[in-house]
Design a protein around this ligand. Sequence first.
Ligand code: ADP
Ligand code: MG
Length: 377
Amino acid sequence: MTVCDDAAHAFAESFGGEPDGVWCAPGRVNIIGEHVDYAGGLCLPIALPQITAAAVRRRTDGRIRMVSAGFDRVEIDPGSLLGSTRVAGWAAYVVGVVYALDPPGCEGLDIAIASNVPVGAGLSSSAALEAAVALASAELFGLPTDDVGRDRLARACVVAENDYAGAPTGGMDQQIALRGRAGHALLLDCADDTVEHVPFDPEAQGMTILVVDTRTAHRLVDGQYGDRRRAVDDAARMLGSALRDAPSVDGLEDPVLRRRARHVVTEIGRVRAAADALRAGRVQDLGPVLDASHRSLRDDFEVSCIELDTAVDAARRAGALGARMVGGGFGGSAIVLCELTRVAAIAAAVTAAAARHGFPAPGFLRAAPAGAAHRCR
Ligand code: ADP
Ligand code: MG
């Protein structure tokens, strides 16, 4: 059974009958361009084959009912929460999207969710959930779903994430979930959400992106994330320009602020270099760029951790072409660019290194660039 079948099945079990349709949206991994989205920089994510599916049926009584395997069933009565941001737990992502879109004619919904995106692993299960619900709402209630429409849907998903779920993230996750293209990475300009689809099909060239989930998450992450955002804002204010336009960060006196800003500026340069390599069909040239990104995140931005450093170092020693931590940091996942023939050896080496340190056994998945949110039934 596919994930979309699972969602339809869960729908029938929970609500009875058939959904009006099933829509799905992918998780993502960012190849390069980390901690630059909120600085108006560039990033280069790909959509994953792992998806979240939403089986949805319109109601006429104003209620919203939702189920998802492993999560509490939630029912929201008409009007009880409208305009309110006080929705707890996973329901906040769903009703946040519906409220942010406020689709004309929407008088309640039944929603059943199924997913194979790992939750909380830094692969953006939250945006996959939002994007599936957003596209379902758009198609059911006649909102545009062309590229401009999808940009609007993505922005509504960001509102849900920021204002309803309370996660102060940028817009990359939602943009790739709704606007990615199979066999391509999405070069996203976070200043204005313009995109370029850059051909990226590593497996056609005998290589792959291996995602390593360290299965660790450190506490205080929220505080650290806010701290880095503040540092980036402060640096831009002191330099009098957005960091992407700053010719140099040498004018920053505070050494910590200077290192934070240097990460952003050099990382944006690495995104440009990576996009150039992909446009030229030179996937292997990504390797050194990934390595440099990891060093910058570890030493200048200081958002790595021992588990991520251990995984990245072990992968490199086992013959990876390049590797780096991805996502917010302090745990979560890393990506490894390697030849397909090296996947097993690298996974074994990363697993052995984690065991030597007493860390949890990591999870692995191969990330072939997949397509964006779509209707699947
Ligand atoms: P991630 O890196 O996976 O996006 P987040 O903390 O941003 O991690 O989002 C995870 C949260 O999103 C979950 O705690 C839950 O509230 C919601 N979520 C994600 N996937 C699902 C799902 N399949 N069903 C219900 N809620 C989900
Ligand atoms: Mg998330």
